[in-house]
Design a protein around this ligand. Sequence first.
Ligand code: MG
Length: 155
Amino acid sequence: MGQGFDIHRLVPDRKLILGGIEIPHETGLSGHSDADVLLHALMNALLGAVGKGDIGTHFPDTDPRFKGVSSVTLIGQVLQLTREAGFAVVNADITVIAQRPRLAPHYGAIRTRLAKLMEVPAEVVNLKAGTMEGLGSIGEGKAIAAMAVVLLHAG
Ligand code: MG
């Protein structure tokens, strides 16, 4: 099993991409890649489960190859790595911490996307979201964070 965490700043003039889905919002996440904080937390969990470090090691933000890259491409590489290590996904549980926008209307689309990427039924991909009750930088709408736990099985 593995757990992952990530946080990105919300800034104007960027798309908000979460779980490979573009979500309408007046700000988006800033980062070297598309800054999909949900997929980054999930990738960190997958890498943790197979004992292969973190996304910063595999996809350094100093490497121009990863500038503006879709995190869907990156998680594809991480999933390839987990398959090569002899593991498959049992289930994943993901929490997004965002004051806004409301994510519940997008749960279905994100779960379907993640399930397809991980080659599992949507029922084993659980998605939750919470606010920070207005507290701190996430509560002030300056950032979004995500946490993920994954369980893998051999073969
Ligand atoms: Mg990140």
